[in-house]
Design a protein around this ligand. Structure first.
Ligand SMILES: [Zn+2]
Ligand SMILES: [Zn+2]
Length: 141
């Protein structure tokens, strides 16, 4: 998983997903927030179009928020934080640069109105709409 090869000539590096699998070797799934085998945090990097597993770099104890990194050479020196939408009902799995003052990702920041989640079925419908929005604005796999 340390080498990146797209296998397709003429495609931009953005189109090559370097790691459809976790550090532990298990496959990663686009909508998941953690690896189903080892529990590593799973997140989508919107600027690369990559779904990756991350390891904790700094815990909440030593930082205002936990930060994460990935061992890919092209991501050396970069740390990330989860979108705050991760802790909501729609469980956004997008990641943000740790140095970014924003607390939510591009997709979540497009939400103008959150429905009244006390209404029956509203939570599921909202989660579905947020998932569809992420899928629509993300780079093609
Ligand atoms: Zn894993
Ligand atoms: Zn988000």
């Amino acid at each position: 998983m340390t080498s990146v090869s797209s296998g397709k000539s003429g495609t931009a590096a953005l189109a090559a997903d370097p790691s459809p699998s976790c550090i532990c070797g298990a496959p990663l799934f686009r909508g998941n927030t953690s690896c189903l085998r080892c529990g590593s945090l799973t997140g989508y990097l919107p600027d690369r179009g990559w779904l990756l597993a991350f390891t904790l770099t700094r815990s909440r104890v030593s930082s205002p928020f936990p930060t994460y990194s990935n061992p890919l050479p092209s991501l050396t020196g970069r740390t990330f934080k989860p979108c705050r939408g991760r802790t909501t009902a729609h469980q956004c799995n997008w990641m943000i640069n740790a140095t970014d003052p924003a607390t939510q990702c591009l997709s979540c920041s497009l939400t103008r109105t959150t429905p009244d989640l006390t209404r029956p079925g509203a939570t599921d419908r909202w989660a579905g709409a947020e998932r569809a929005k992420r899928q629509t604005i993300s780079l093609p796999p």
